[in-house]
Write a protein that binds this ligand. Sequence first.
Ligand SMILES: C[S@@+](CC[C@H](N)C(=O)[O-])C[C@H]1O[C@@H](n2cnc3c(N)ncnc32)[C@H](O)[C@@H]1O
Length: 202
Amino acid sequence: MNMWDQNYSIEGYKYGTSPNHFLVQQEHLLPRAARVLVPGDGEGRNGVWLASQGHRVTSVDSSAVGLAKARALAERQSVQLQTVLADLADWSPAAQSCDAVALIFVHLPSATRQDVHRRLAQSLARGGILILEAFHPAQLGYGSGGPKDADMLYTLESLRADFSGVLEELSAFEGEIALDEGAGHQGQGYVTRWVGRAASHE
Ligand SMILES: C[S@@+](CC[C@H](N)C(=O)[O-])C[C@H]1O[C@@H](n2cnc3c(N)ncnc32)[C@H](O)[C@@H]1O
């Protein structure tokens, strides 16, 4: 049982069952019935919501407990959700196999982050969209959730370097927001948001 399995071995859903607000705001960028990859989907609140919007969703996570809860949520909401149990550090989606990637609070150590981000970006077909929200290093001064290790927190500068030459930036933000996502993310927080689009892989 890994750390996330333990975190998810609770009554209810750690981040609630409602989707992330930023993801909901950006969903209009996706084509209809998009093939969406949701790495680090945990208990599935975002993957299940995307599926409820008519998208074809694959949720990937290294927590078996999280994915079991994601499948239960999908069943309760009568939507299809494909799940893959894998460590993103050594898992590769097929190149140009999806229309969107949604990375919501998936905090990776700097030693693997850029490789994982670039592989996920390369899984996008031309015109595909990557939506990312994560905590910024300034979140260390807040008590509303996230890793307590600056190495796992993201700035726009680090994300721009990760996706450089693979995705073009559509929007970017660093700043304070109000979080209301289950018991796991509550109160004021400081986040980094980034949206990019795959141009061409030629
Ligand atoms: C803070 S939770 C966020 C869960 C979900 N994205 C949400 O917003 O509700 C981070 C998730 O990323 C997953 N995760 C972290 N590192 C991972 C890795 N290397 N491979 C696969 N999943 C990972 C964890 O298992 C956990 O479910």
